[in-house]
Design a protein around this ligand. Sequence first.
Ligand SMILES: C[S@@+](CC[C@H](N)C(=O)[O-])C[C@H]1O[C@@H](n2cnc3c(N)ncnc32)[C@H](O)[C@@H]1O
Length: 278
Amino acid sequence: MSDAEAYRADSRDRWERAAAGWEAQRDEHARDAQPVAVWLVEHLEPQPGYRLLELAAGVGDTGLLAAELVQPGGTVVITDAAGAMVEAAKRRAEELGAKNVEVRQMEAEWIDLGAASVDGVLCRWGYMLLADPAAALRETRRVLRPGGRVAFAAWTDYDANPWFKVADEALGGEPPVAGRPGPFGFAEPGHVESLLEDAGFDEILVDTLDFAMRLASPDAYFERQRAMSTRLREALDGLSPADHTRVRDALDAGLEPYLQPDGSVALPARTWVATALG
Ligand SMILES: C[S@@+](CC[C@H](N)C(=O)[O-])C[C@H]1O[C@@H](n2cnc3c(N)ncnc32)[C@H](O)[C@@H]1O
């Protein structure tokens, strides 16, 4: 198996196992990440009747927001590689009574749609996780009609994202290596622009968007991270009780600068937001 294939297999397995935690934390994550969903959807300039595609949708919040804005007559194809995420997104769509969405399992690197078949593509925090993001962006351009837009988000640098760094450092994590697939794979300034240029996109706009992950308490942060990250869960589950306590103490110390007077925690998050014409 090639390195890329091994990475894909491991990643698929992890996301299948992470889905239950993502569904359990869905409301809090959707609330905190809402400014990013709004930026992405607005930059696609959705019109009634549009057919949009969401890649790596997780539990589907961004696509479901877009679905409201393409009515009447429009549809959103909400996709993710992990079957368990797709099932969670379907449950959410049913709960909201969203009739104009199609929720499907799909690989972002091999988009199972015809050329020029959609008016816009959304992807919040997906492309940078892929073994071959350049291939996924070429695929994205292939399925976009002429004049259609892509809008996506990818994390900026580790230091600007304490929501991730605090837990990672408490577990002894090292800063991520630039350019490797993962949450910070697109962190390097200029990387997003060059990927879009290489894939043939025009009118490229890349910006940063700051927001906060808000947790009711340090315990709630611990629980959210544990629920949503299989890596963290596995690392914690492998610790002796004494090491577990040490990690919790390190985590509490890391959270201190972000504690609010009411005992809640507000952790800064910074993401690239990008849009371009296909
Ligand atoms: C960080 S989550 C983001 C979920 C959602 N877009 C959000 O913003 O809440 C990444 C998602 O990418 C999906 N994913 C990972 N690799 C993928 C691939 N090769 N093709 C499609 N989806 C993939 C995972 O299953 C997971 O749902």
